[in-house]
Design a protein around this ligand. Structure first.
Ligand code: CP
Ligand code: NVA
Length: 311
């Protein structure tokens, strides 16, 4: 069975630098085609994408569904109440059933093992649409956005300020195979996965640092990047105030942007809790790339799916 296993998109570091460059290039081409309303380009015609969500979503759901449709395909949404992944039915059974109806599967889950199991037991490509562990499609869209705004991603200093979460893990995956300067600035106790961090640092391809003083860490940054202080991972939102206390001093505001310098852009994967991890001021500023970044989810993912389906 393993001989016929199709490629999946589960971690950025399953890809090399040349592959990431090719995907970003393809994403720009698709963006151009879609932006020019060229409806003749229908590479997904006759194909179906099945999307499994066990967590809420705005961007991931709409960008995958719309993106697949715009290139001629049909997308199916299965929400948290629909299939009971791992509860009503084993993931390995779901994988084999869905593979017989669909050409490609996208999944957003709690346990990372669930997307690994879908890929292992299914016989069609699986795209990771976020797990508790990582969010590779987001960081591909972010790389596309940085390339558009700053000409290139290579060598750029990207300073993430906040919780060392799934978003940070995918930045570390990128840093493992693609040359960037990545800094995770987080409170003590909220550091990213030590094994992944070590791998990104040992790879020697990128400069990777973990810091705890935002004003110092952001100096000279090309990008300051934010995310929520409580993720959708089970229990985090419920920790509320006790969790947020740890992030005192980690808000991304005008003062922190100024500490970075006038060259610095603001990015955030969204959804944002305005007034908590970032302010209205930075969300709305001319240096904010957040909505371009959200749009680019669709183009980056279309490039990934075209590649996986060999289109
Ligand atoms: N950035 C992102 O994945 O957004 P959603 O959770 O709304 O899909
Ligand atoms: N870290 C956030 C990202 C949301 C897109 C979460 O997992 O909830």
């Amino acid at each position: 069975e393993s001989l016929s296993k199709p490629p999946s998109f589960l971690h950025i570091d399953d890809n090399d630098e040349a592959k990431i460059d090719a995907l970003l290039e393809r994403a720009s081409e698709i963006k151009h085609i879609i932006s020019s309303n060229d409806l003749a380009y229908q590479p997904f015609k006759g194909r179906t994408l099945c999307m499994i969500f066990t967590k809420p979503s705005l961007r991931t759901r709409v960008s995958f569904e719309t993106g697949f449709h715009l290139l001629g395909g049909h997308a199916i949404y299965l929400g948290p109440e629909d299939i009971g992944l791992g509860g009503r039915e084993d993931t390995k059974d779901i994988a084999r059933v869905l593979s017989r109806y669909n050409d490609i599967i996208m999944a957003r889950t709690f346990a990372h093992q669930d997307v690994l199991d879908l890929a292992e037991y299914g016989s069609v490509p699986v795209v990771n649409g976020l797990t508790d562990f990582n969010h590779p499609c987001q960081i591909m869209a972010d790389a596309l956005t940085i390339k558009e705004a700053l000409g290139s991603v290579k060598g750029k200093k990207i300073v993430y300020v906040g919780d060392g979460n799934n978003i940070v893990h995918s930045w570390l995956e990128l840093a493992t195979v693609y040359p960037i300067h990545f800094v995770c600035c987080c409170p003590e106790g909220y550091e990213p996965d030590p094994k992944l961090l070590e791998r990104a640092q040992a790879g020697g391809i990128s400069t990777v640092e973990v810091r705890c003083d935002p004003a110092d860490a952001v100096r000279g940054a090309d990008v300051i990047y934010g995310d929520v202080w409580a993720s959708m991972n089970a229990g985090q939102k419920e920790e509320g105030q006790s969790r947020y206390k740890a992030f005192d001093g980690f808000q991304i505001n005008g003062k922190l942007m100024a500490a970075a310098g006038p060259q610095c852009k603001f990015m955030h994967c969204l959804p944002a809790e305005r007034g908590l991890e970032c302010t209205d001021e930075v969300m709305e500023a001319p240096y904010s790339l957040v909505f371009q970044e959200a749009e680019n989810r669709m183009h980056a993912q279309n490039a990934i799916m075209l590649d996986l389906l060999g289109c």
